[in-house]
Ligand binder design. Structure first.
Ligand code: SF4
Length: 403
């Protein structure tokens, strides 16, 4: 073991912050068992009662039409594609009904950058959801979607966030961060959708407006280990400044059906990345296990490598599935994995407040053994309410002219 690793390990045990150089050295060269042991020490310090949490919510992608065209994305369809869809308000209400039936209280709502959906569409949707389901929560629109709306509406970031909060937005998911280093973003064709600074600025403004958000990292494309650590350090600095991040979630790039191609990082690399994040992100209270990309077994192991949360039950998934991964765990299965790992399983909300014991132990809940999709294949219906908003794309204008 190098002297820098020994010193960094001692600092972690003493609750001191790692420097950038120590963070890189630990990530690259610390033995994995040591990283796991230290991450567990930090997890235990922050979550001493061996409680592992999860949330029941539904991951809904309201449209797959996107002008951003990130090279790592297998989910999007170009404007005018016959496979493109926009969900109607009624379809979204149906998904909320099913989520509530399974004990859930929140939608994770994200989608493509669709030029035919103006800010008013989101405002109307959020208001309609809140009018129908007043206590239901909307964890919606990652920073690049907010940036897209600033460009469409010509409002500032703070202005868009204010409008969305006024119509019912409760919190913002940390998607679209990929790696917050512009060299990587340019190489992945996601610099234009949001630069590193723009992504961070959305979160800064959201936190200032009183919203809590998560932060993510997608690694394993063209990024280097130093750039992954730089990503974590930028998040740590913003958390020092505004403090609104509830959790960090890392996952590995899923290469199938993408323009970029390549191979997926291994499970051991995932555990090394997760454990290092627990050491570097000393001001983040929660780390989620990404079993959706790593599978249930690595997800369960994550609880020994710094994670204290198993994320969401999977009712519906479209993005990761499009890139070749389709792991499914309902509440029964998540709880089994948590308890087998020696933890007590508890339901939580987006603020990581404990809601209670598993719902299936309190009432009869339908098992969810298959993932739902956004839309059944071949369903090319166009929601009626789209006509309430002016068409911006040439293909949508053509479609309306032919009606
Ligand atoms: S990752 Fe998001 S922004 Fe990029 S192409 Fe896919 S849907 Fe569009």
């Amino acid at each position: 073991m190098t002297s820098i690793i020994a010193r960094a390990a001692a600092k972690v045990r003493d609750g001191e912050r790692l420097t950038p150089a120590e963070s890189v050295e630990m990530y690259l060269h610390a033995p994995l068992p040591l990283l796991g042991e230290l991450a567990d020490v930090v997890r235990e310090r922050k979550h001493p009662r061996r409680v592992a949490t999860y949330i029941i919510d539904r991951n809904v992608n309201y449209t797959n039409v996107c002008v951003a065209r990130c090279s790592f994305c297998a989910f999007y369809r170009p404007v005018g594609s016959s496979d493109g869809y926009v969900l109607g308000f009624d379809e979204i209400f149906r998904k909320i009904d099913e989520t509530i039936e399974l004990g859930g209280g929140q939608l994770l709502l994200q989608g493509g950058h669709n030029p035919d959906l103006p800010l008013e569409w989101y405002e109307d949707l959020f208001r309609a959801v809140k009018a129908r389901y007043p206590s239901f929560r909307l964890h919606a629109l990652s920073p690049p979607e907010i940036i897209h709306l600033t460009r469409m509406s010509r409002l500032s970031i703070a202005g868009v966030i204010e409008r969305l909060i006024a119509s019912g937005l409760d919190s913002i998911p940390g998607g679209g961060a990929e790696i917050l280093v512009d060299r990587v973003r340019k190489a992945l064709n996601c610099y234009n959708k949001a630069t590193s600074d723009e992504w961070l600025e959305v979160m800064r403004q959201a936190h200032r407006a009183g919203l809590r958000t998560t932060a993510t990292m997608m690694y394993g494309t063209v990024d280097t280990p130093d750039e992954r650590i730089e990503h974590m350090l930028r998040l740590r600095a913003l958390q020092d400044e505004v403090g609104g991040f509830t959790a960090f979630i890392a996952w590995s790039y899923q290469p199938e059906h993408t323009e970029l191609g390549g191979v997926q990082a291994t499970g051991l690399e995932y555990l090394r990345t997760l454990a290092t994040a627990r050491l570097v992100l000393d001001n983040f209270p929660n780390l989620q296990a990404s079993w959706v990309t790593q599978g249930g077994k690595v997800g369960q192991l994550s609880l020994a490598y710094g994670a204290n949360d198993m994320g969401s039950v999977m009712i519906e998934e479209n993005v990761v599935r499009a890139a070749g991964a389709a792991y499914c765990m309902d509440e029964v299965e998540i709880v089994r994995n948590i308890e087998d790992a020696g933890f007590t399983a508890r339901r939580r909300n987006m603020h990581y407040e404990i809601l209670g014991e598993p719902i299936f132990r309190q009432k009869e809940v339908r098992r969810m053994l298959n993932l739902a999709v956004a839309r059944e294949e071949g369903d090319g219906s166009v929601p009626a309410e789209l006509a309430n908003y002016p068409a911006r794309s040439a293909s949508e204008k053509r479609r309306r002219a032919l009606q």
